[in-house]
Design a protein around this ligand. Structure first.
Ligand code: SF4
Length: 530
């Protein structure tokens, strides 16, 4: 199905993310970029459960008044039915919140076209294997935590078995429940076996755990981007030829599934493609956030966190900071081009460019630059002061600049603009902890004293987070003075008016994970009553 352009609407792709593996969120950004390139929506962004931007920060990414929310999840369950509606404050298929209309679509994994994608992926990974001599295994996690993901795999097995694809057998197998993927050779009677992981991303399970269970690897290795586990098919193991594919969610056609889900939503909820009504007449439409950013740069803003924002003049030379501290007609030009580099590398730029720096182009490169620190550490907290040096990123438009800044410091431009127009909503820690569900509910039991102790430990750890803490324990309990609570989210070496502050409007999910660890430690330290 192709959908008509929605130039006044936005798309929000929601994913799980990971604090351990940057490859976990890669497919979501790739799906977003594919859809963005088609020009169907005014804006396309991602948000995550485990990474930044969080779901609550997501609304600060958008200017549009109508937002389609698509969970890039493999099945319905805890996240799609509980976590996402709670975090995005959705009350049904369509929710109007603070003047914006959110449409909540089904998750990608339940769409009928997933069956074709699995078959396509199986053919890609084993193009010469005769289906009649091949067993196709669809594998997932298993266990009772999410029965729906197990059901989704069994459903796909039944659909493919009935599809006429010609496989000798199609079976389901799981990491943590029978039939076990570790027994793949006993599940298959054929000489060829194709294994397709039914996950969205190549995270810990598909890249690290399952290869060990299959016998491809002897021990769990590093993250996907540093591995070549899928490039050595077929594997001759246990007397068979084993073909192992990457996760089904990495299939580029998932972008089409996302669009199909939006088309289905429109049909089933009778949503027409009429322009969304706006309270502003055409002549006085408010500035977009990109236009506001452009004006701020024209008025001397040139720093965010560890990043220096430069402009590129028409003869392709880089303008240095002291030349852009005053507004000029040139810097108000919507065709303006920009450059970003580490603030410590400004001296390496010169009139001929930046010969000492590796040059990248386009906002997509920002994610790659920001992913790892110099020492190889994964930077899941983007405001940590360990951004690597040695690069120059060139951007052709202010929209690309905004996208790149949202990769380096997720949602921070939007949070800053919201603070300026007094629309920024801060959520205090008790409110955040109170809405936790599942195993995270136990964080509610932590005392105020325990929470106060966690602030410097979590926000000013070995590599401090640079964000300015706007939240308190609760409305009446400010944070105790500490290095973390004193930060203002601004660099020390430029005037405040020249920088976009990094703001923290609520405790991040890394913070909540630390709370959970503290709550568990407190419980295990409590003496058992006799
Ligand atoms: S809660 Fe602390 S560590 Fe997390 S984003 Fe905010 S300032 Fe950074």
């Amino acid at each position: 199905m192709s959908i008509a352009p929605k130039p006044r609407s936005a798309l929000l792709i929601v994913g799980h993310g990971s604090t351990q593996n940057p490859d976990s969120s890669a497919p979501y950004f790739e799906h977003a970029e594919q859809i963005r390139r088609r020009g169907l929506f005014a804006e396309v962004h991602c948000c995550f459960w485990k990474e930044e931007p969080s779901m609550r920060e997501a609304s600060y990414l958008f200017d549009s008044d109508e937002i389609y929310v698509v969970p890039d999840f493999i099945s319905e369950g805890y996240f799609t039915q509980d976590v996402i509606p709670r975090e995005l404050q959705l009350s049904g298929p369509t929710t109007v919140l603070r003047g914006k209309t959110f449409h909540y679509c089904l998750p990608v994994g339940v769409h009928p076209s997933m069956t074709d994608l699995i078959l396509r992926r199986a053919k890609e990974v084993a193009p010469d294997a005769d289906p009649a001599a091949t067993t196709l295994i669809i594998t997932g996690h298993g266990t009772g935590f999410n029965k729906n993901s197990t059901k989704a795999i069994h459903d796909q097995v039944a659909l493919i078995a009935a599809s006429g694809a010609g496989y000798a057998a199609v079976v389901a197998a799981f990491m943590e429940e029978a039939p076990f993927i570790a027994d793949w050779d006993q599940l298959a009677l054929t000489p060829n076996v194709v294994v397709v992981p039914f996950f969205i991303s190549d995270g810990l399970h598909s890249y690290q755990d399952i290869p060990v269970l299959l016998g491809i690897e002897t021990e769990i290795g590093p993250a996907a981007s540093q591995r070549e586990v899928f490039r050595h098919n077929p594997h001759s193991l246990r007397g068979k030829s084993l073909f192992y594919s990457s996760a089904i969610g990495t299939e580029p056609l998932i972008a089409d599934v996302i669009l199909d889900l939006i088309g289905d939503f429109d049909i089933s909820h009778k949503i027409t493609n009429e322009p969304v009504a706006t309270i502003f007449p055409q002549s006085v439409e408010p500035l977009t956030s990109s236009q506001k950013l452009l004006h701020a740069i024209a008025n001397g803003v040139h720093r965010i966190g560890e990043i220096e924002i430069g402009i590129v003049v028409s003869n392709d030379r880089l303008e240095l900071n002291d030349q852009i501290t005053k507004p000029t007609t040139e810097t108000s030009d919507s065709n303006q081009r920009f450059s970003l580099c580490h603030a410590a590398d400004v001296a390496l730029r010169d009139a001929n460019g930046a010969p000492g720096l590796t040059t990248y182009a386009g906002p997509g490169a920002a994610r790659e630059i920001a992913a790892y620190a110099e020492d190889g550490t994964y930077r899941f907290l983007h405001a940590q002061r360990n951004l690597r040096r040695g690069w120059l990123l060139c951007l052709d438009t202010v929209e690309d600049l905004r996208l790149a800044l949202d990769q380096f410091y997720p949602a921070c431009v939007g949070l800053w603009l919201a603070q300026q127009d007094a629309s920024l909503e801060v959520e205090h820690l008790r409110d955040k902890l109170q809405r936790q569900s599942g195993m995270y509910q136990r964080v509610r039991s932590l005392s105020n004293e325990a929470l106060q102790e966690l602030v410097p430990l979590t926000c000013s750890s070995a590599v401090p987070c640079a964000r300015h803490l706007l939240w308190q324990v609760d409305a009446d309990t400010p944070l105790l003075p500490s290095a973390a609570s004193h930060r203002r989210g601004l660099p020390d070496d430029v005037p405040a008016a020249a920088a976009i502050p990094l703001l923290c409007r609520e405790a991040c999910n890394h913070w909540v994970a630390e709370c959970l660890a503290a709550a568990k430690a407190a419980k295990s330290a409590t003496p058992v009553s006799q």
